[in-house]
Ligand binder design. Structure first.
Ligand SMILES: C[S@@+](CC[C@H](N)C(=O)[O-])C[C@H]1O[C@@H](n2cnc3c(N)ncnc32)[C@H](O)[C@@H]1O
Length: 341
């Protein structure tokens, strides 16, 4: 999934720092997992992986890809291929009503709704697939692993038919070609690393007492909150019929505002993380034009690093990313490393 601040292009650098600077790391916390790309990388490298994010849709994706080590069997369901079944659902063959269908009624241009996030047929398909998964789970026809595996598959499929340029903070005013494609679920790949991996949907502070070998932290860099950019994925994951408002149909996100997105709280947020962290090593992703200056973050790291272990690695954004808008000149991706215990 394309994700703001996603680290798919920094994985090798992260790996090099861990290999060169640490000893005997076998468990890793990914404290701000987002798309889950870094957790997946850790998992495939054999680390016992603990992932966390306060967005529920991010948790669902990690719950499926990180926590499980094998594809669930769907034994109780008694349907040979649940993906084929879900892809071919039609509202007329279900017991759901149009009024049950939150995405169709609020994010596609039908009735009084003008929002153009999805073509109506795809919006309806998202709803009946999500409602069917919920019904199966409530009737104990699928277990918890199977439930998260299916919702993750839906979340992975939705961006491919969404009328957006990458995030859900706005929709396009004309139909992009991709919206004409039929929503199509496929079975997510599961990597097995034979470890007892864990996933959480909590505020970052809740994981700091966990004594893993390494804490990897990739918090937001600026004042742009994550929930508004992914509000529809959050609603599909929760399917909680939220109150929504405004042109984009935004859900309330007071409890998902990040202390890393505010100038007056970001320094204390980093200090809490570094001071209270019980992991042996800390590796932080940040950049040199973020809310907290490199000097301020370096000073906090130095204060808590044992044996003068603090090191700052910088990577030219030009080499890190291929598509370079002009205003990224001088921008550097950073990895802050320290031994904490
Ligand atoms: C830069 S993104 C992480 C990107 C991720 N490393 C990837 O490669 O996809 C930051 C993430 O931090 C999460 N976040 C922000 N504040 C948080 C908090 N207080 N507790 C837990 N997660 C938080 C956001 O939801 C977002 O997914």
């Amino acid at each position: 999934m394309r994700y703001i601040g996603g680290k798919s292009l920094l994985l090798e650098n992260i790996n090099n720092v861990i290999n060169n600077e640490t000893d005997n790391v076998s468990s890793v916390i990914d404290l701000f997992a987002g798309s889950g790309v870094v957790s997946t990388y850790f998992k495939s490298n054999g680390y016992r992986t603990i992932s966390n994010d306060f967005l529920y849709f991010s948790y669902v994706i990690s719950r499926a890809s990180i926590m499980m080590n094998e594809i669930p069997s769907f034994k109780t369901l008694g349907i040979s291929d649940p993906f084929v079944y879900l892809n071919n659902l039609n509202i007329n063959n279900t017991d759901f009503q149009i009024s049950d269908c939150f995405i169709y009624n609020n994010y596609s241009p039908v009735g009084d709704c003008n929002r153009m996030y999805f073509q109506p047929d795809n919006a309806l398909k998202i709803d009946i697939i999500r409602l069917t998964i919920e019904k199966w789970y409530k009737k104990a026809l699928i277990n918890e692993d199977e439930y998260f595996y299916l919702i993750a598959s839906l979340l992975n499929a939705v961006p491919y038919v969404s009328n957006i340029t990458g995030v859900y903070a706005a929709y396009l005013k004309f139909w992009d070609n991709r919206t004409y494609k039929k929503l199509q679920l496929s079975a997510p790949t599961i990597i097995s690393n034979g470890q007892k991996n864990e996933c959480y949907n909590k505020d970052y502070t809740c994981l700091l007492s966990n004594k893993s070998d390494l804490l990897y932290a990739d918090p937001p860099y600026n004042s742009r909150e994550y929930l508004p950019n992914y509000h529809i994925l959050e609603t599909i994951a929760r399917y909680d019929y939220p109150e929504i408002h405004g042109v984009t149909g935004m859900r309330n996100y007071d409890k998902q505002k990040s202390v890393f997105c505010k100038k007056n709280t970001v320094a204390a947020a980093f200090e809490t993380m570094i001071r209270d962290c019980q992991s042996k090593y800390i590796l932080i992703s940040y950049n040199n034009e973020a809310l907290l200056s490199s000097e301020e973050l370096s000073n906090i790291c130095k204060e808590y690093a044992v044996n003068n272990s603090f090191k700052l690695f910088e990577y030219d954004y030009r080499r890190y990313k291929n598509k370079i808008p002009n205003n990224t000149r001088g921008l550097k991706e950073q990895l802050y490393f320290l031994r904490r215990h």
